[in-house]
Write a protein of this length. Structure first.
Ligand code: URP
Ligand code: ZN
Ligand code: ZN
Length: 470
């Protein structure tokens, strides 16, 4: 009887802290040994010339999420997680979204039905709180945190989701009590409404004006307000999808004051700019790049790099939120009347790791260990999955990506495995690419060929985040 089910031999193991030439032995879906030389496995994979890194964890994706009357999201759990594993990501955390008036428990149960038996990658759920009623904050939310849904997101904009300041304070206070980690979408609703109406009155309705309607100042103001509320209620928060210097500096300022404020950024803020939305009419489809906060400019990209290099951002997530580029999505008849109806969000779960490697590690902006921290380890730590996920050491789940740091690829739609009909990164040339993805010891994707099956991925009940309130 062999000692191991699988060995990965001849590669270089890269974790958030170390880079070592080592073999990896896997037994029962877990890493059983990391050693100079491992013999005696039922199957062996030759990883010579490759990096052996923890499978990606994408802690910010939207799959099969209700859009409250807007176009349907193009990825469900099956296609979204298929896309994830093709890009080297083995765990995703999408959002169970509470429509106003709904019970959180019912929302979670329905979302499980969407996911059950369909996933190629492991998954947990964050919650989205839109209606912080006394029963939600008093009973449902604390009970769900105890059941492994240990983080939730709140919105400072979007008519169907926005919380006012009093509600934010109540929710933050509840998070402190039940030790949930709060994710904040920081853009100010009233300022965006004001700007949108002003632009529409001037006939400025093309997709490009989406970015003009929510400039960095709107994000900065909301980030500062969220930080102030967090300080007042003494609760740590994570400000998600930070787009540029203004919000990044607010987070850095708060961190320098000793506050537990964390930050996340995403590929669109290092790879796209507002100019991408400049298809000045709907036929040129600037709508393909419409997301919130919107991509900014090259100076903002540099600020995001500073935030990544200085540790202001703990996580690099995709904010995968896919809509078709057609009449069912970005160019619906309603969306053609104004940018304000273009569904917000872009696909990215499959390209996240290749973009950070290509623009970051390959260009010398960050190191390999920082790459692992930003794409995997820190997500596991932040969201209560560590030490099950997020590293390569005995006892961890054998979630692994074999990475070719020299492989040159051009991102293009024909390489993608999701259901969306475009990638906003079409034509982006990168060096560094995933060649095999392994989920709990099972190779699930090799050279873009899906080997896994729906149902390989399982639900992850998460622990309390060590970054949440003590
Ligand atoms: O435009 C975006 N980011 N849509 C996804 C929803 C969100 O706010 O994360
Ligand atoms: Zn958001
Ligand atoms: Zn999002």
């Amino acid at each position: 009887m062999p000692d191991f089910d699988l060995s990965i031999r001849g590669g270089t193991v890269v974790t958030a802290s170390d880079t070592v030439r080592a073999d990896v032995g896997i037994r029962n879906g877990r890493i059983a040994a990391v050693a100079d030389r491992i013999e005696g496995a039922a199957r062996s994979i030759d990883a010579s010339g490759l990096l052996v890194m923890p499978g990606g964890i994408d802690s910010h994706v939207h799959l099969a999420q209700p859009t409250f009357g807007g176009p349907k999201m193009s990825d469900d759990f099956l296609t979204g997680t298929r896309s994830a594993i093709a890009g080297g990501t083995t765990t995703v955390i999408p959002f169970a979204t509470q429509p106003r008036g709904a019970s959180l428990r019912a929302v979670v149960s329905d979302y499980h039905k969407e996911a059950d038996g369909k996933c190629f990658a492991d998954y947990g759920f964050h919650l989205i709180i839109t209606d912080p009623s006394p029963s939600v904050l008093g009973q449902e939310l604390p009970a769900l945190v105890g059941d492994g849904y240990t983080s939730f997101k709140v919105f400072m904009t979007y008519a169907d989701m926005v919380l006012n300041d009093r509600e934010l304070l109540e929710v933050f206070d509840c998070a402190r009590g039940c030790r949930a980690l709060v994710m904040v979408h920081a853009e100010g609703y009233d300022a965006i409404q004001f700007m949108t109406e002003r632009l529409e009155r001037a006939g400025k309705t093309a997709p490009y004006y989406h970015g003009v309607s929510r400039p960095e100042i709107v994000e900065r103001e909301a980030a500062h307000r969220a930080i102030s509320h967090a300080e007042l209620t003494d609760v740590p928060i994570m400000i998600v999808h930070v787009s540029g210097r203004e919000a990044m500096e607010q987070i850095r300022w708060a961190q320098n004051r000793g506050l537990k404020i964390y930050g996340e950024t995403c590929p669109q803020y290092i790879a796209l700019t507002a100019d991408d939305m400049k298809g000045l009419n709907m036929d040129e489809s600037g709508g393909k790049y419409v997301c919130s906060p919107p991509p900014r400019d090259h100076a903002s990209q540099e600020a995001i790099w500073q935030g990544l290099q200085q540790g202001v951002f703990q996580t690099f997530s995709s904010d995968h939120c896919p809509f078709m580029d057609g009449v069912d999505g970005k160019r619906s008849p309603k969306a053609r009347t104004s940018f304000k109806w273009v569904p917000n969000g872009i696909p990215g779960v499959e390209t996240r790791m290749a973009i950070l490697w290509g623009l970051g590690v390959d260009k010398g902006r960050i190191g390999m260990n920082e790459f692992v921290a930003l794409t995997s380890t820190n997500h596991a730590k932040m969201y209560g999955l560590y030490p099950q996920k997020g590293s390569i050491a005995p006892g961890f789940d054998a979630d692994i990506v074999l990475w070719d740091p020299n492989r040159k690829e051009t991102i293009r739609q024909e390489l993608m495995h999701g259901a969306c009909d475009y990638t906003p990164y079409e034509g982006l040339a990168v060096t560094g690419w995933p060649v095999m993805t392994i989920l709990r010891g099972k190779p699930v994707c090799e050279e873009g060929k899906i080997l896994g099956e729906p149902g390989d991925g399982g639900f992850l009940k998460r622990g309390i985040s060590p970054y949440a309130a003590k």
